[in-house]
Design a protein. Sequence first.
Length: 118
Amino acid sequence: MSTQIDPALQGSWKLKSARYTGADGKAQTFTGIQLNAVKLVAGNHFSYITHLEDGSFAVAGAGTASSADGRYSERLSHTSNAKMLGKTYTFGYRIEGDCWLSEGDEDGTHIEEVWQRV
């Protein structure tokens, strides 16, 4: 994995909205209030933590990241979800104003997320 990250991705982000579509075609849509997540991208590292609307913990992770040609990759070296440990996830991305739009697949689920810079 390259260690270069688009400078536009560097910084702190808060999840604005998300849509997760399972292999069965069923979709779940969340606002940033229902699924509260923050992500930090610094240098070639990232970390995130997510909790649910009721304040209960959902998942956290951290590792190395890279980007090239409109694709962003995260390799998890630390995570609260053992099945994700060591995996690399790659998403298409684009920046629109103060938002980071991300789309890709993770463990059989199609993910569309909008992150807003904080």
